[in-house]
Design a protein around this ligand. Structure first.
Ligand code: ATP
Length: 287
């Protein structure tokens, strides 16, 4: 059983595929005051590709994700550059088109899963609701598919979990439910913004495996935002290193993490050495 329905994009070879998310020299700032926060970020995601965005707190990682999801804070905007989702320039989208695109083409999971679920509604119906709204499934079909999705994110006893409330479940289980909901409408791109940060190391590893499964089984493209280099080392094909709104380094994961060119990347890596980054990035992989 797969989490994301099979689609033509899933079987096309990655090299031949069209980009599903493209950022071209994106600047983000306050158009009224002229203050700029993100000073130009570019990336391209094809199906099955995983790009990591790392950097210290406040470097602009979350705002970049929010720009791609069309949910920047009201005072901020993309002031220059462009963002395309599956070939559509998002600056041309109205709110109705955004509603259609979000969830079904681009989706996201964030830190603190509990805050994205309604505490007074059982978790299963919250996943089923996505299926009803985004896929037009009838009540019974939505329930059955929601249970399949809960099973696909490796929740044991999915029928039991379906009728549990958020407070009855652990943080790792809630994050799986959020991933199931985020993937319910078969998106092509999933943004995981510090999605494993609040979880303990074992659960974190399980969630990373789940994301890797999604990439492999459905060709899902991923943007993985993390302050944790070990997370991106494990999952990402490419890494962007951000500092104060600038991309200071961008390249294949092994190259950036094993042969960093920028002083700031070296500093980040030195800080991580004690956490065993080495075990993820071998010399072989880097050469
Ligand atoms: N609505 C806003 N108006 C003005 N500045 C903002 C707004 N939202 C965020 N910022 C600022 O933009 C900068 C980048 O924020 P962002 O949340 O993207 O950083 P981040 O790299 O994701 O950090 P963290 O790892 O802490 O989440 C920060 O200095 C933040 O204070």
């Amino acid at each position: 059983m797969t989490l994301v329905s099979e689609k033509p994009t899933a079987v096309r070879p990655v090299d031949a595929a069209e980009p599903v998310l493209t950022l071209r020299d994106v600047h983000i700032g306050n158009p009224h005051t002229g203050a700029e926060i993100v000073h130009g970020i570019s990336l391209e995601l094809t199906p099955g590709k995983v790009v990591g965005v790392v950097g210290e707190s406040g470097s602009g990682k979350t705002l970049t994700c929010r720009a791609a999801l069309g949910i920047l804070p009201a005072n901020l905007a993309v002031t220059s550059g462009s963002i395309e989702i599956a070939g559509t320039d998002i600056s041309t989208l109205g709110s109705r088109e955004w509603t259609a695109l979000r969830g079904s083409t681009i989706s996201a999971v964030f830190q603190d899963p509990a805050s994205y679920l309604n505490p007074s509604i059982q978790v299963g119906p919250q996943v089923a609701e996505v299926l009803r709204v985004k896929k037009g499934l009838k009540r019974r079909a939505a329930r059955d598919r929601a249970i399949e999705l809960l099973e696909a994110v490796h929740l044991r006893h999915p029928e039991l979990v379906y009728s549990q409330y958020p407070h009855e479940l652990s943080g790792g289980m809630l994050q799986r439910i959020l991933i199931a909901a985020a993937c319910a409408a078969d998106p092509q791109v999933l943004i995981a913004d510090e999605a494993t940060t609040a979880l303990d190391v074992t659960v974190q590893a399980e969630i990373l495996d789940l994301l890797a499964d999604l990439r492999d089984s459905a060709g899902l493209a991923l943007v993985v935002v993390s302050h944790d280099l070990a997370v991106v080392a494990q999952l990402c094909d490419e890494v962007l290193v951000m500092r104060d709104g600038d991309v200071v380094e961008h390249g294949p994961t092994a190259q950036v993490l094993y042969r960093p060119e920028h002083e700031y990347t070296r500093l980040l890596i030195d800080e991580h050495e004690q956490y065993g980054l080495q075990k993820y990035v071998s010399k072989e992989k880097a050469s």
